[in-house]
Structure formats: C-alpha cells, structure tokens
Design a protein around this ligand. Sequence first.
Ligand code: EPS
Length: 388
Amino acid sequence: MALRFTTAGESHGPGLVAIVEGLPAGLELAPQDIDADLARRQLGHGRGGRMKIEKDAASVTSGVRHGRTLGSPVALQIQNRDYANWEERMNPWPVDADVDEVHLPRPGHADLAGVQKYGFTDVRNVLERASARETAARVGAGALAKSFLRALGVEVRSHVTRIASVTAPPRGADLSVADFEGVDASPVRCLDPDASDAMVQEINDMRKANESLGGTFEVVAFGVVPGLGSHVSWEERLDGRLAGAVMSIQSMKGVGIGEGFELAAKRGSQAHDEIFYSEGRGYFRESNHAGGLEGGMTTGDPVIVQGAMKPLPTLTKPLRSVDIETKEPAAALRERTDSCTVPAGGVVGEAMVALVLGNAYREKFGGDHIDDVRAALDAYKTRIEWKH
Ligand code: EPS
C-alpha cells in the first residue's frame, strides 16, 4: 500500500489539479482542512501582485463522499483566477489572436534548459509549468496527507529560520506543537518576534533595491512513531526520501535533516543523542541533533527537515541573458513577481514532509479502512512498548 500523488497545471492556465491515491477509506475530511493550508501558502511578506488576484480554494471532485474518503483516488482542482487575463495567451486550443513568444530566458529559472530539452522556441512553454504556482496543488495534496497523519496522532508544522542575512535565534530543543500556535501571525512565519521584524525590514530594503531574497525554513513533524523507513536498502531510508521530496520544491538548493550541515562541524561526543530508559517513558533522548532519524528510520523524536531556498530568479532589475531567437545579448525576462517566498516555502515543505510520512505509514501499517490502520499502529506500539 502506497500513498502517491501527482499534480498538473500551468501557472496562468485554467487551473491546477492534484490526484492523491492510497488514502484509506473512512478518513474524515473537511473542506476547511484543505483551504486553510491553501490560504496559509498565499501569505507572507514579500509576495507580489498575483496573490491579490488569487484566492485559492480546492474543489474536490472524487474519492470523498459526505466528508469521508472512499479509498478511491481523491482529485482536487484549484482554479487560476488570473486565467481570465490570460485566456488568449494560455488557451489550450488555437486562438485567432497573435500571441507573442517569450525569448529571454532568466538565469536561475528552468527557461533555457527547458527550451533546449523540449525543442521549444517560446520560453513560456517551460516557465508556466516550472512556476511555483504548482505548489498550490502540492499543498492541497499535502493537506490530505496531514489529515491522515492527524488521525494517527502526527502533527506537521514549519517556521522560517532565515531570510537573506537575518537569522532567527536558535530554537529550544524542547519545541512542541503549542510553540507554533502564533507562527502564521508573523508576516514571515518566524517564531521569534525580533527576528521577524528584522526579516520584514530586510525584505523591504532589498525590494527597494530591486532584489529578490532567499532563506531557510524548518519543518517539524511531532508524534511520529519509531521505525518508519529502513536501514536495509538505500531507497527505503526515510531521510533520503524526505530530502528528495523537499529538494523537489521550486527554488530549493539545500536540505538538511536535524542540525544538517552544522553537525559536520561538531565533535562526535556532542553530535549524537544519548539513549536513556525509564519505566514510565520507555526509551527516550534528551536532545534531537539527528532530527528524529537514525539509520534512515524514525526514532520517535520529532522529525526535523530544513530547506534552503535561493532568491527567486525573476528580478525587477534583470540579469544578463541572451535572446534565444537572435542569439544577441539581452536582459532576461522581466515579469511581475514575488520578492520573497520563504514563508510560503515552509508551508509547501510541510506538505511534502506530510506526503512522505503519510506514505511511510501506509507502507508500514497497510489497511483498507482508517480503523485498520489505527489497529495495526496500536499493535505495533504495544509490541515495541512505545509509551509516548
Ligand atoms: C511565479 C510568479 C508569480 C508568482 C507565482 C510564481 O506569478 P505571476 O507571474 O503570475 O505574478 O505569484 O506564484 C503563484 C502564482 C502562486 O500561487 O504561488 C513564478 O514565476 O514562479
């Protein structure tokens, strides 16, 4: 049994689609579970004009009846409101109007490699699908995975840890779900109020200087049972799957598990999480440098995945490029764009982590109905004497 998903859709086409396969039957869902995450993804200081046009909401067209999953594929559709302004340029069918081609690939975007690979003369044929608009569909799919995980006691959260030169102070090791309560109230989704203010200022300053900004976020999954994933083969190592899933988000250039790259600088005696046991708690750790993963398996401590985003490649003061029709030097395409999407990146990161963890639960515990999954999970917790 696997939890799988796919998406379809172009940024300014009629809309986006996500299909999620492998959810058990009987799982309770509410439209608000999906739409709340879609709205969270649209927030964040540094967004551009497009977010005033879109108000993302999912229309579920299969796999759910009267608020419960049927065990069949769940399809959800998200309309692109902006399509109303692009009907000629992005119509699936031929139009009478003359539609100008785009010939100015942006450094850092999929534009140049995409037209070379697919044999296009129009960069738009690539950029429309490469656009991070697609992440709305991932977040819709991720919301379903989150509902499944929530039914098994798992909660997935995220926060922004850096925007350009501004870094949030290190978080405490005893982070809990409750600490994330107010995170969406910060305009940059940062847990530290002072760092949040400084990040907003940084975005304002850089935006004035026609710059875009990158940064880092951290996704934390609480309540994960030990033993998801496996050490026995490379494909089953859950850290590899999580890293691949988070790296696949547009603009990602780095992924870390737990303390990630920082662990490379630590001494062995300070890098690992010592093991303790008590009657009341069973096995436990007092630190979580490893980010809840050892040997490609979950340890039962919070799963922590960091993502690093590069600055967005669409710039209001464009970089040097080449006109792919004339081969002459030219400034790269200049389009309406966001200046910073790291806060949204964290929400997309939650979705990807939830989809990977959801799949790991499906693989390990199987079951056709959600009650089967719960029963298998409970039996496993009893066998390993898991008391958390
Ligand atoms: C994007 C460019 C902007 C973003 C878009 C991603 O769109 P537009 O060119 O229409 O202004 O707003 O992101 C979204 C629409 C979204 O929903 O996240 C790009 O080029 O990647």
